[in-house]
Design a protein around this ligand. Structure first.
Ligand code: FCB
Length: 409
């Protein structure tokens, strides 16, 4: 039995474009391989009260959500839309009434169209525009929010948009654009930290950080120089270089925590990455000894390593802002959850200050370039039914016990 520290945050996570519906950003016109789009998604925009009830049933004491910039600011320098702001305030009030602490993400893979059409994060003017947004939204929510997550996975956003051609604007191999996006986001993150720390919160001590997706890059077989090189370059670029860009700051502009999203590892074989996200089937990969969900190779022990490394590197408290798995085999998902919680528990025992864990995700939802084909939910959503009914999956019960008892049996 693994008991977690008192006050540990147990939550679920979602992002606006993936669950809300009715968004007008660069994803609105996108249609996934299954014909799925985000125009209705889980209709969380209208059903957040019902979804908060699902959270209450899970017994979570926290929830990571993103605020959709495009909803709130329709033009450069514009005032925040009062109706949409009131809606977010109501959602935050419902969370508080349910005893659920919100962690608010300011940027989760989407932008207002007026930002997107002027070059997005390759344009330095976006840094100033984002700063203006932060300068308005943080005081507007200061009575309700104390935990702020500036950017979600800048490395994923920049690489999928400018290197891999998977996110709008679907560019490939634009290395310079990748660098520019990361550098601009890093400056915007630092300015946001400064604003958030200065404004403070009535909800308690303010905490702020960005979230790094940590993926291990390895080779399938030893002594394969080409695979080794690919793994090494990926690690340097996506992990270390991005971390360095985001942590090169003076103390007042510094984050107070590190957010970590962790799914597993990517191994290279004959110059190609072995991952279902890159078009290989789970069965084909299993024959090579690579055990995956529908997206990533699982590597629970890696979570302990990532936590210890980040702790050594920065000495900041860490929130695991996302972890989860997607597949129809619930026994696999339960085993994966337990193994990852065990790794977290082990890291805590060794002195790493881990403050919370947010399961990705509360609901099956719009999984970006994959449409609705990857099912990460603790709850299934029947997208074929116009009522979009939610149904708890078996893994939800295991998670509920962890949340309610602050331990993993
Ligand atoms: C993360 C994203 C999240 C979701 C999960 C599966 O990289 O932050 O939106 O797509 O992966």
């Amino acid at each position: 039995m693994w008991r977690f520290p008192q006050g540990f945050l147990w939550g679920t996570a979602t992002s606006a474009t993936q669950v809300e519906g009715q968004v007008a950003n660069e994803w609105t016109e996108f249609v996934g391989p299954d014909g799925g789009h985000c125009r209705r998604a889980c209709d969380h925009y209208h059903r957040y009260r019902e979804d908060i009830e699902l959270m209450q049933r899970l017994g979570v004491n926290a929830y990571r959500l993103s605020i959709e910039w495009s909803r709130l600011q329709s033009e450069p320098g514009g005032r925040l839309d009062p109706i949409e702001l009131r809606r977010y305030c109501d959602k935050l009030d419902c969370l508080r009434a349910a005893g659920i602490t919100p962690m608010v993400v300011l940027h989760h893979f989407s932008n207002p169209l007026w930002i997107y059409r002027t070059g997005g994060w390759t344009n330095p003017a976006t840094v100033t525009a984002f700063e203006d947004f932060v300068t308005q939204i943080v005081p507007a929510l200061r009575t309700r929010v104390r935990l702020w997550n500036t950017f979600n996975e800048p490395d994923t956003y920049a690489s999928c948009s400018y290197l891999l051609g998977e996110f709008p604007p679907f560019y490939k191999l634009r290395v310079k654009a990748f660098h520019t996006v990361i550098n601009n986001m890093a400056v915007a993150h630092q300015r946001a930290c400064e604003i958030i720390r200065r404004v403070g919160s009535d909800a308690g001590p303010v905490e702020v950080g960005f979230t790094k997706n940590w993926t291990f890059f390895n080779t399938l077989r030893p002594n394969r120089p080409w695979d080794w090189l690919l793994a090494r370059i990926s690690d340097r670029l996506f992990n270390h270089w991005v971390m360095d860009a985001f942590t090169r700051v003076d103390r007042n502009a510094a984050a107070t925590f590190q957010g970590l999203n962790y799914y597993g590892q990517v191994r290279f074989h004959n110059g190609r990455s072995l991952s279902p996200a890159r078009g290989r089937s789970r069965e084909e990969l299993a024959r090579l000894g690579v055990h995956c969900d529908d997206m990533f190779e699982r590597y629970p022990a890696g979570l302990g390593i990532a936590l210890s490394d980040l702790h050594r590197r920065q000495g900041l408290p860490i929130y695991i802002t996302e972890h989860g798995s997607a597949c129809s085999d619930e026994a696999f998902r339960v085993a994966d959850l337990r193994a990852n919680l065990r790794a977290i528990h082990g890291a805590i025992q060794q002195g790493v200050d881990v403050r919370g864990f947010f399961y990705w995700s509360l609901l099956d939802n719009f999984e970006w370039q994959f449409g609705y084909t990857k099912k990460f939910g603790l709850h299934a959503v029947d997208f074929a039914d116009p009522q979009l009914p939610r149904r708890a999956k078996p893994i939800a019960e295991i998670f509920r016990v962890a949340c309610e008892e602050n331990r993993v049996p």
